[in-house]
Ligand binder design. Structure first.
Ligand code: CP
Length: 303
């Protein structure tokens, strides 16, 4: 396959290959070798129709560390604002001899749609509430790094599961690797089909935290919420927010993750986000090695 459109299209072996390749790149970076010549003949366009800090910058850094040529496109400053379509936009970019497109888009399935209409390798950098495959890969990679393995670990994903591409991609990735997965959040933010994905629902946060090895705390996605069925922010924080007092009262020490950006004081307090139990910045660091691995492996299919 020359695309990464979602974890749904990967198998366990694909994930292990990505992790082993990321191990190699992480080891190279840790030796202060910040650039390898692997992709000198590849040109990549990062096209973002939605805001991003971590994903956008770490893709760009990963591409530059592989010596690819990189162009960046933000829809807000482009001719999309004059009415140009997605396919026209991408075909114009591709006519400049671009080989690969990394795309973030607010519409679920935008990457799949694009892959059917243009002749380039497509990497999904987040498509609406659908998938965010590289986030799930870096999340599992960070669990593997911290706990030695993902298989057999108990992972709870807490928060706005309904609108979260991070949740869906993580569920697929964790299940493929043999983790036990629960989701925890208000019923209004849990999709009805979630149990059909092989995960259990736990609406009591304390029970969920006492069960898990890892808690992945999701951001409340205010930009995707119909405010009429959302619990108030204060109610949400009271029932589903993690603070240091709650963390310290658990039966065991758990690992805290968050994909970012954090709503500090809502889903997680500052003393938890910045605690020793938090691997949030390790996740960000690992995002570069994971994205190097994904781009390197996909480029080998198109060279
Ligand atoms: N985790 C994540 O996707 O963050 P950004 O939206 O900043 O890229």
């Amino acid at each position: 396959v020359k695309h990464l459109l979602g974890i749904k299209y990967l198998n366990e072996k694909d994930i292990q290959l990505i992790f082993e390749t990321a191990d190699h790149f992480k080891e190279v970076i840790n030796r202060s070798i910040k650039k390898v010549p692997s992709l000198r003949d590849i040109t990549i366009a990062n096209i973002f129709f939605e805001n991003s800090t971590r994903t956008k910058l770490s893709f760009e850094l990963a591409e530059k560390r592989l010596s690819a040529d990189v162009i960046n496109f933000s829809a807000g400053q482009s001719s999309v604002k004059k009415g140009e379509t997605l396919i026209d936009t991408v075909n114009n970019i591709l006519s400049m001899k671009v080989d690969m497109v990394v795309m973030r888009h607010p519409n679920p399935g935008a990457g799949i749609f694009l892959s059917k209409h243009v002749n380039a390798s497509i990497v999904n950098a987040g498509d609406g509430a659908h998938e965010h495959p590289t986030q799930a890969l870096l999340d599992s990679y960070s669990i593997r790094e911290k706990l030695g393995d993902v298989s057999g670990k108990n992972v709870v994903i807490v928060g706005d599961i309904l609108h979260s591409r991070v949740a869906l991609s993580n569920i697929f990735a964790l299940k493929l690797q043999g983790a036990n997965v629960k989701v925890c959040g208000p019923k209004t933010l849990l999709p009805k089909y979630v149990e059909s994905l092989g995960v259990e629902v736990e609406t009591d946060l304390r029970k969920a935290l006492n069960w898990c090895d890892v808690a992945n705390m999701l951001r409340i996605q205010n930009e995707r919420l119909d405010i009429s069925y959302f619990p108030t922010t204060r109610e949400y924080t009271q029932q589903f927010g993690v603070n240091k007092k709650l963390l310290d009262s658990l039966d065991k020490e758990i690992v805290i993750m968050h994909p970012g950006p954090i709503n500090r004081g809502v889903e997680i307090t500052t003393d938890v986000a910045d605690s020793k139990q938090s691997i949030i910045l390790n996740q960000v660091e690992n995002g570069v090695a994971i994205r190097m691995a994904v781009i390197y492996l996909l480029a080998s299919k198109i060279k």
